[in-house]
Ligand binder design. Structure first.
Ligand SMILES: NC(=O)c1ccc[n+]([C@@H]2O[C@H](COP(=O)([O-])OP(=O)(O)OC[C@H]3O[C@@H](n4cnc5c(N)ncnc54)[C@H](O)[C@@H]3O)[C@@H](O)[C@H]2O)c1
Length: 326
């Protein structure tokens, strides 16, 4: 992309996930134009092992005061996102904030409004919306490849890593909610959730969330970190066929099944044909996400996962949490 040679970014928080952002930025940008800010000084060694030309600081002001840094990627724990993003935007920086954008809907709304007021890009790291398979399904839905959309379900299951600052819903489900919202392009009219806190009191290890959307489209999300193996399976059902996307599978990740029921002379008849494998471009979602962020700043375009999308996903998370607690 044009202008990327001079593009400067600061990555705030280079822990488990943030380091992936640093690695990705290192593959896209000039390392001298990357600054990493983390409050833990020991992170510096890991960064310089990756590329000694990347700048490192433990002082937030080094980022805020550098007017040549127009973009920040915030990958600190969720409870710090609001304050850090607000300060960065008030210093004139466009922000890509990791999921969940904030903990409270009000904070997400405030950041969204601030980005509009200051004419800055605000984007949330819902990385699946940059996955070529998800974009392929969206395209197929638009073209009516599976007919009328009926039901979506998503399983995101694994053994660990357990978090104590948030439950499984907040840890895993933002991805599934963002994908479902992207496919349906509406907000749910009803949300019900239930779950079990097995390992730590009050922190659910497993949850199931049911979502009803306008037009008789429904969805459910099953997430757990107490599951014997990794399973990331998304099923999108229409009246003419079904997509199955298994990101955890080694091959044949995206399939289209021509299966279902059709009404013949008042009775339902099953159709049960073979599946076909759908090929999609082999692109790294996180690279696509960062490129999309940089492009939106350079070309002044609206990011796919903008502040409005982030706010809507957060509202679903908050309503699901209310339902869990009741
Ligand atoms: N998009 C994804 O698929 C994905 C995957 C995993 C995590 N995440 C998100 O990324 C974020 C970080 O998660 P993680 O697992 O990397 O956490 P982590 O605890 O491993 O890393 C957080 C880093 O931030 C630093 N930090 C904390 N507070 C700071 C502050 N005030 N200023 C500067 N640095 C600070 C810590 O020192 C640490 O290095 C979370 O919001 C998480 O939900 C996203």
């Amino acid at each position: 992309m044009e202008n990327l040679e001079k593009f400067k970014v600061a990555i705030i928080g280079a822990g488990r996930w943030g380091f992936n952002h640093v690695r990705t930025a290192n593959s896209i940008l000039d390392p001298k134009n990357i600054t990493v800010f983390d409050s833990r000084p020991e992170i510096e060694e890991k960064i310089s092992e990756l590329n000694s030309e990347i700048n490192f600081t433990t002082n937030f002001n080094d980022v805020l005061d550098d007017k040549s840094i127009k973009a920040v990627i915030i990958a600190t724990p969720a409870e710090t996102h609001f304050e850090i993003a607000k300060k960065c935007m008030e210093s004139g920086k466009n922000a890509l904030v990791e999921k969940p954008i904030t903990l409270l809907s009000k904070e997400a709304e405030d950041l969204h409004k601030l980005s509009i007021k200051l004419n800055l890009k605000l984007m949330v790291g819902h990385v699946l919306l940059y996955h070529p398979a998800i974009l392929r399904i969206k395209e197929g839905l638009k073209q009516g490849e599976i007919g009328i959309l009926q039901y979506i379900y998503s399983n995101r299951l694994n053994l660990g890593a357990i978090r104590s600052e948030e439950n499984i819903l907040w840890s895993f489900a933002p991805h599934d909610i963002s994908v479902i919202q992207f496919f349906i392009d509406e907000n749910p009219i009803s949300i019900k959730a239930c779950g079990s806190d097995i390992l730590q009191d009050g922190i659910e290890d497993t949850t199931i969330t049911y979502l009803d959307y306008p037009g008789k489209v429904s969805a459910h999300i099953f997430v757990s970190w107490l599951h014997p193996f990794k399973e990331q399976r998304l099923i999108v059902t229409g009246d003419k066929g079904m997509y199955v996307f298994e990101d955890s599978a080694k091959t044949e990740k995206l399939k289209l099944y021509e299966k279902g029921f059709k009404k013949v002379n008042g009775n339902y008849e099953k159709f049960d044909n073979q599946y076909k494998v759908i090929e999609f471009e082999n692109k790294m979602p996180l690279t696509e996400e960062q490129l999309h962020f940089y492009e939106s700043i350079i070309n002044d375009t609206q990011p796919r996962t903008d502040g409005k999308h982030a706010f809507e996903v957060l509202q679903v998370l908050n309503k699901a949490t209310e339902s869990l607690r009741s």
